[in-house]
Ligand binder design. Structure first.
Ligand SMILES: Nc1nc2c(ncn2[C@@H]2O[C@H](COP(=O)(O)OP(=O)(O)OP(=O)(O)O)[C@@H](O)[C@H]2O)c(=O)[nH]1
Ligand SMILES: [Mg+2]
Length: 452
C-alpha cells in the first residue's frame, strides 16, 4: 500500500442524525487536525488511541459544525493504518462541506472498498473475512447476517486453513519423494495419503453443497409464479412482497408482462416473477405475455404453480409446460383462495399447499417448503457456507485437484498426484486470499461501496 491518505463518507447518503467521514493513511492525523479542533485545546495526536474527542469542524478558520473525532493508531485500527473518524451532523450540505475540507486538507478520495482493501493488504482480514463484511451490509435475512458474522470472525477461514494445512503436509511428503525417490523418504504411505485425501474431498464436497444455500440467502433463487388466468398469481406476488406491485383484477388476462421483485421468504431470497396467466387464445399482447411466461418457467429454479382450490381443465396447459421444462422436483402447487373453498389436492406435484393470498393461510408451509428446496435444513450453523460466486469457483478447482490426486495415486507415482495437490492448494489459497493476484483483489473490492 502506498500510504496515501484517503477519505470517504462511510455512512449512507442522505439526511440522518450523524454522518461519519473516515480518514486513513500516514497523514490521517495531519489531515484531521486541519479541519477539526478539539475544544480541549489539545492537539488531536496527543490523544490516546481509540478515544472519542469533542471539537469543531472548520473551513478556512471558520467553524461550521461541531462533532466528534475518534482516533485510532497503526496497527490497531480497522485498516491497520492511522485512522481518524470524523462524526458531524448528518445533513447533506454539512457532510459535503466536511468532505471537501478533508480533501482540501490533503486526503485523496477513497475508492470503493478501499478501507477494507487496506485492511486486507495490512493483514487485518483474510479475503473471506472481508467478503463477510460486505455480506453483513448486504444481508436481508437473519441467517445471512448470522453466517456473515461468523465468517467475519473467521469460521470459514479457519475451515479452509485447516484443509490447506492438511494438503501442504501431504505435499511436503510428496516433495521428499521427488527429491529422494530411491531413499524411501516419504513418511506418509500411499494408502494413508489416499485416506487423508478422501477425507478432505468429503469436506470439500460439503462446502460445495453449501453453495446452493449460500446463493439462496444472498443473490437469491429465481422463482416464478405460473398458472392459468385469475388464480391469484399477482395477488400472491403482492402478498409475499407486502406491496401493490402488480395490478389485481377479476378480469382474466390482467397481467401481460413478467414482473420481478426481490423478496425474502424466511431466510431465503427469491427473485420472484409474476407472469401472465397461461391459456389458449387472448389478443396479440396477451399471447406475447404468455410466451414470456413460458420462458420464465423454463429458466426458473423454483416454480410456484397457482391453482384455484382444485384442478380444472384450464390448468392442463401450464402443467404440461412445467413438466416439459423438466422441473418437477422444484414445483410447488399452491391451491389458492382457500378462504372461499377448501383445497382438494390433485397429487400432481410432490409439494402441495392450501393457500389464501387474501388471509395469508399457508404462508408458513410455503416458507417451510422453500427452505427445504434450498437445503436450509442441511446447513449447520457453524458459518461454513460458501456464499460468494468467486469463492465457489476456487472451491470447485480445489475439489477437482483433490479428486484428480486420488485418481493419480491409483495409477501413477506420487509426483503426479503432487501436481494435483499443488493445484488444490493454490485454489484454496485463492479462496481465502493467501495467493490471489492483484487483479482478483481489485475486482473484489470494486464491488464494495465507497466508504467501506
Ligand atoms: N377470495 C380470494 N380471492 C382471491 C385470492 N387471491 C386472488 N383473489 C382474487 O382473484 C382475482 C384474480 O386475482 P389476480 O391476482 O389478478 O389473478 P392472476 O392470477 O394474477 O390473474 P391474471 O393476471 O389475469 O393471470 C382477483 O379478484 C383477486 O382479488 C384469494 O386468496 N382469495
Ligand atoms: Mg396477474
Amino acid at each position: 500500500m502506498d500510504g496515501r491518505t484517503v477519505a470517504a463518507v462511510s455512512t449512507p447518503k442522505g439526511k440522518g442524525g450523524v454522518a461519519m467521514i473516515r480518514i486513513s493513511g500516514e497523514d490521517a492525523f495531519g489531515v484531521a487536525s486541519r479541519v477539526f479542533i478539539p475544544v480541549s485545546g489539545k492537539s488531536l495526536s496527543s490523544y490516546k488511541p481509540n478515544t472519542a474527542v469533542y471539537g469543531r469542524f472548520n473551513e478556512d478558520g471558520i467553524a461550521f459544525d461541531d462533532g466528534m473525532a475518534i482516533v485510532y493508531k497503526t496497527p490497531s485500527s480497522f485498516t491497520g493504518e492511522d485512522t481518524v473518524e470524523l462524526c458531524c451532523h448528518g445533513g447533506l450540505l454539512v457532510t459535503r462541506k466536511l468532505l471537501t475540507a478533508v480533501f482540501a486538507a490533503g486526503a485523496g478520495p477513497a475508492g470503493p472498498g478501499e478501507f477494507t482493501k487496506r485492511a486486507f493488504i495490512n493483514g487485518k482480514l483474510t479475503l473471506s473475512e472481508a467478503e463477510a463484511g460486505a455480506g453483513i451490509i448486504d444481508a436481508a435475512s437473519e441467517k445471512h447476517l448470522g453466517i456473515s458474522l461468523l465468517q467475519l470472525e473467521g469460521s470459514l477461514s479457519r475451515k479452509i486453513s485447516d484443509i490447506y494445512s492438511k494438503l501442504t503436509y501431504l505435499l511436503s511428503s510428496v516433495y521428499a519423494f521427488i527429491d529422494y525417490p530411491d531413499e524411501d523418504m516419504t513418511d506418509i504411505p500411499v494408502d494413508e495419503m489416499k485416506k487423508t485425501l478422501s477425507g478432505i474431498l468429503k469436506e470439500l464436497d460439503a462446502l460445495y453443497e453449501s453453495r446452493k444455500y449460500g446463493k439462496a440467502i444472498s443473490e437469491g433463487v429465481s422463482a416464478v409464479i405460473a398458472g392459468r388466468p385469475n388464480t391469484g398469481k399477482s395477488s400472491l406476488l403482492n402478498f409475499l412482497s407486502g406491496s401493490e406491485r402488480a395490478i389485481v383484477t377479476d378480469i382474466e388476462g390482467t397481467t401481460r408482462d413478467v414482473i420481478t421483485e426481490k423478496i425474502t421468504v424466511g431466510s431465503i431470497v427469491l427473485n420472484l416473477s409474476d407472469t401472465a396467466g397461461i391459456r389458449e387464445g387472448g389478443d396479440m399482447i396477451e399471447k406475447m405475455g404468455i410466451e414470456r411466461s413460458a420462458e420464465a418457467v423454463k429458466n426458473a429454479e423454483i416454480i410456484i404453480l397457482v391453482l384455484e382450490s382444485r384442478l380444472t381443465g384450464g390448468d392442463e396447459k401450464v402443467i404440461k409446460l412445467i413438466k416439459d421444462a423438466g422441473k418437477e422436483a422444484v414445483t410447488v402447487a399452491l391451491y389458492n383462495k382457500t378462504d372461499v373453498n377448501n383445497a382438494v389436492f390433485g397429487g400432481i406435484f410432490e409439494n402441495e399447499i392450501a393457500f389464501s393470498a387474501k388471509t395469508g393461510e399457508g404462508k408458513a408451509r410455503l416458507e417451510e417448503i422453500i427452505a427445504k428446496l434450498c437445503s436450509e435444513a442441511e446447513r449447520g450453523d457453524d458459518g461454513t457456507v460458501i456464499i460468494s460466486a468467486r469463492q465457489f469457483g476456487a472451491l470447485k478447482r480445489a475439489r477437482n485437484g483433490v479428486s484428480s490426486a486420488i485418481a493419480a495415486l491409483d495409477t501413477f507415482t506420487q509426483d503426479i498426484a503432487g501436481m494435483d495437490i499443488e493445484s488444490a492448494v493454490a485454489a484454496l489459497g485463492e479462496l481465502d486470499g493467501r495467493e490471489v493476484t492483484e487483479e482478483v483483489v481489485n475486482n473484489i473490492f470494486s464491488h464494495f461501496c465507497v466508504g467501506k
